[in-house]
Design a binder for this molecule. Structure first.
Ligand code: FBP
Length: 546
């Protein structure tokens, strides 16, 4: 890196805040153990699969004294999609490890889990870490989506750790990557390798959260970036008064991002996938409702609006959900034959013959472009890549179709947008800079305390950092059994939007008013310097939930 921006330069000097216990005792804080824990569901099955890590107590760090520790080597990977703050997790981990013992070394494995398997790494030293403090992105060691799950891969990881003398691995990832961390921790214990495994909760999607993990890192910054962009579009829409903007927002399955952006900006409409699923709303019904909204506003000469569409919507519409589940299973089983089909049409024909009639009918009813997107490449976890499905355009097309059939003329000019990559590597907000640094530092304290199979946990984060707590949560505690790709597997439970939770209820209580008039809010860009009420503001979701 030869040139850095003035903001990056000023930001490099930012000192992230830590929970008081880590400020006072550094990574030497004492691990206070709670009661034995249970998994969130399927206790007997999870216990049988994770006999060495199941039931461990939750850890809370309390004041403790400095002690001598032997030098250790630790490996770290960034796994899955980028999320603002990843570099700060690594810098917090680095600083914590150096505080434990200045001779400690941090190996950064390159390109996600595959780096750990193939032994591709760099040594992260002070100079390298300083270049990346408080910056967005994962480019310090890059990320990847290889699934770390087979015995063969685990053997390679264990062998690489042994060869370097690495005694702990930190996996910074989402629910799938932390599920893998849980399995790896069990493997390392059962084989008596002496390698500890610690996870850190990452994902802009906000769906890796529970009673103990209040928020995944990156959600704060990403939703602030999207809300800024949505606000800018709203102001444009309200100035020109001629376009309906349909904005799809990343978030894979859960609608946390769309909901948070709606709470920050007050759109004309926002779809929440979890509500669509609960009400069993069909695609046609969604299009009917939106058409009615367009018509109602047109009657008031308001031929404009902003509609937020969560990325995962399509998977929650009952008939689409059934189709996608069938496709996931079918394509996992018939992968080779499917890939052998030469054209998209041949692929669609091949699949049509194997689908149940009702699913085949749904697939056939979709525009060809959407059908091809559904049959496109899966991610390494076997999921449909929902970010490639242009739901916002599908909805526009369906509304246009309905309006075209109406007797009266309704003006409906549209713009379609997809916001996702714009926010994933943004410079972390103060919240994410502090939270991530604290998560990394806490991971070093968990390693120092000899823990394995834990996720780094920093709690009470809706309050100022002076009230934050640090600890660790057994990964097995978050697990349940789920049916994926044709079989039952243990996975960390994904947190979807709760319809009886305060964020959704607040949205539901206000959306009719937002739909009727113009109540747009323009949040503006993230502020890094200035008054705390502007710079340290937490998301509406976090504030309402805690
Ligand atoms: P993670 O769950 O790995 O954090 O991914 C987040 C995400 O940004 C999703 O919102 C999105 O669906 C996906 O990554 C897109 O991934 P990719 O860029 O690899 O296609």
């Amino acid at each position: 890196m030869t040139q850095i921006s003035p903001l990056q330069k000023a930001r490099a000097a930012y000192a992230p805040k830590l929970p008081p216990v880590l400020n006072e005792c550094g990574p030497f804080a004492k691990a206070q153990l709670g009661e034995p824990t249970q998994s969130v569901a399927d206790q007997e099955k999870i216990k049988a699969l994770f006999p060495d890590t199941y039931g461990m107590p939750a850890v809370k760090f309390v004041n403790g004294a400095q002690r001598d520790t032997q030098p250790i080597k630790v490996g770290v990977i960034l796994s899955g999609g980028q999320a603002p703050g990843g570099h700060n997790v690594i810098s917090g981990l680095f600083d914590g490890l150096k505080a434990l013992n200045p001779k400690n070394e941090l190996y950064g494995f390159l390109g996600g889990p595959s780096g750990l398997i193939d032994d591709k790494y760099i040594i992260l030293d002070e100079k390298k870490i300083d270049e990346y403090r408080n910056t967005g992105g994962f480019d310090i060691i890059c990320s990847g989506r290889t699934k770390l799950e087979t015995e063969d891969q685990f053997e390679k990881v264990a062998a690489n750790c042994k060869a370097h003398g690495i005694s702990a691995v930190v996996i910074i990832g989402g629910d799938d990557s932390n599920t893998n961390a849980c399995t790896l921790a069990q493997y390392m214990l059962s084989k008596k390798t002496g390698v500890q495994v610690i996870g850190c909760p990452k994902t802009i999607d906000g769906d890796l959260k529970n009673e103990w993990i209040e928020v995944s890192f990156g959600f704060d910054t990403a939703t602030k970036v999207y809300s800024e962009l949505i606000g800018n579009i709203m102001r444009d829409a309200n100035s020109a008064r001629k376009y309906w903007h349909f904005i799809k927002l990343m978030g894979r399955s859960a609608s946390h991002i769309a909901l948070e952006c709606a709470l920050q900006t007050h759109p004309t409409a926002c779809l929440i996938s979890e509500e669509v699923a609960a009400n069993k709303t069909s695609l046609a019904e969604i299009a009917d409702k939106l058409t009615a909204l367009v018509v109602a506003r047109a009657e008031k000469k308001m031929n404009f609006g902003v509609v937020l569409v969560p990325e995962g919507l399509i998977e929650f519409i009952p008939e689409m959900k059934s189709l996608i589940a069938a496709l996931n299973d079918l394509l996992a089983i018939n992968a080779k034959d499917f890939e052998a089909q030469a054209t998209p049409e041949a692929k669609a024909d091949f699949v049509m013959k194997l689908l149940k009639p009702e699913n085949a009918a749904t697939l056939a009813s979709l525009p060809a472009a959407i059908r091809n997107q559904l049959l496109g490449d899966r991610d390494p976890h076997g999921n449909v890549q929902v970010s490639r499905i242009e739901t916002e355009k599908l909805l526009i097309a369906m509304i246009e179709e309905r309006i075209a059939k109406m007797e009266k003329k309704v003006k409906f000019s549209t713009q379609a947008h997809f916001f996702g990559y714009e926010g994933r590597c943004a410079a972390p907000s103060n919240f994410d800079a502090d939270y991530c640094y604290s998560l990394g530092y806490t991971a070093s304290a968990l390693i120092g305390a000899g823990k394995t199979g834990y996720m780094s946990s920093v709690r009470n984060v809706s309050m100022p950092a002076t009230e934050w707590e640090a600890g660790g949560i057994p990964l097995t505690m978050m697990m349940n059994m789920e049916h994926r790709h044709g079989k039952d597997v243990p996975v960390i439970r994904k947190a979807l939007v709760e319809l009886d939770g305060k964020p959704f209820k607040t949205f539901a209580a206000n959306r009719d008013a937002w739909a009727e008039g113009v109540d747009f809010v323009y949040p503006g860009p993230i502020q890094y310097f200035g008054p705390a009420e502007v710079c340290d503001r937490v998301t509406a979701t976090l504030a309402l939930e805690h």
